[in-house]
Design a binder for this molecule. Sequence first.
Ligand code: PHE
Length: 476
Amino acid sequence: MAERRSSIHGQWSSKFVFILAATGSAVGLGNIWKFPYITGDNGGGAFVLVYLLCILVIGIPIMMAEVMLGRRGRQSPINTMATLAREAGASPYWKWIGWMGVIAGFLILSYYSVIAGWALAYVFRAASGAFTGVGGEEVQGMFSRLVSDPERLLAWHTLFMVMTTVVVARGVRGGLEKAVRILMPLLFAILVILVGYAMNTGHFEQGLQFLFRPDFGKLSADGVLVAMGHAFFTLSLGMGAIMVYGSYLPEKASIAGTTLTIALLDTLVAILAAVAIFPIVFANGLEPGAGPGLIFQTMPIAFGQMPGGILFGTLFFMLLVFAAWTSAISLIEPAVAWLVENHGYRRFTAAMLVGGLSWCLGLLTVFSFNLLENFMPLGFLGAFHDKTFFALFDYVTANIMLPLGGLLIAIFAGWALKREHSVDELRLGDGLVYRSWYFLIRYVTPVAVGLVFLDITGLLDIGGLLGFLFQGPWQA
Ligand code: PHE
């Protein structure tokens, strides 16, 4: 057995704390803001099904691989990949996975912070009673007044980035552990309350049908890619966030068990959010494909009508900010850990630097909703002709960079790393569970990611294929 390394950044105090932190990273805007709106954009059920399949055959095996590589390397993803590649006698270029991850995290944070800023703004609106009795048109107006004002967006973006940088500067353990322990269950509870409200809208069934009755005719090739990209995004995979958290994981903790818990919680939160939102959408004659503003144009109606709506509304947006916060922290941790390891930066300086640069880039997202709303930077490229800076950052990171990073991680863990090393690190013995994982990560996962990439080129029709497989029995 190779000698065990330890991390210079410290370790989680227990396996339980790792689960909390990793769930904190996974559960965020992706679950509550992004999942419902991309589901609405892509026609519902068939999209949800592909997303769930991706979580199962791609997300979970890759998450295990990331945690495993992180714990074995015990450094920032860049150095972990470099060390493990050297040990495995593989090419030093594997460390570029780490680099691509750092860049993806930095790009994601730039827009993530702007959207989290919307949630911050809504905390104050909810608390002031601004939602009382509002209807569809008023909430739409309220939302467009916010995003069309660059100054306000800038202020909230700045506040959120400062919050993120401060926590990362102090070290991601400590305060985070305690906060996640209380606030995560609270977020869960409030989502359940919202689902309860949705049940009484009279459109609950319509919402469920939209979400769970697959109609593959509505799923485009691009929709399949978005579903897979979102599996990576929502589980924080493919860019080193989970790897760096894994590098702080205590020796004895079981990687398979923790991974399953995290993936399950993450999926549950996303499904709850969607189940709460769509009945409200249908009950109020709103558009499921309303885009990134969807939750900001639906939830306020519910809060405006339910008893205790001011309290619940305020709490909901506070918890959303909190969920975004614990995710944002993990987006810059890989870069910060690297700056500390390789350049001797203090955590504080490293966090300020990365947060500051990401803040600057975030200005392009701020302007994507107002001054530059009609500016499509890659308008000359067919696939990107309708994408603002914000849409472009989101698309390129979630649908290209993360899946590519994840694909490479799977190939490294399944093919480059020696089998005895993954047996040793996963601590599952060489039984059925290990073998299933090994089979998935070597064959199924890489092929699945490859097929989705192929699908987008038009050479393959996954939507059509799944439609053929599922539609028949479903309707019989
Ligand atoms: N998983 C987070 C969310 O769903 C976003 C995220 C992506 C965080 C990648 C870290 C890394 O909101």
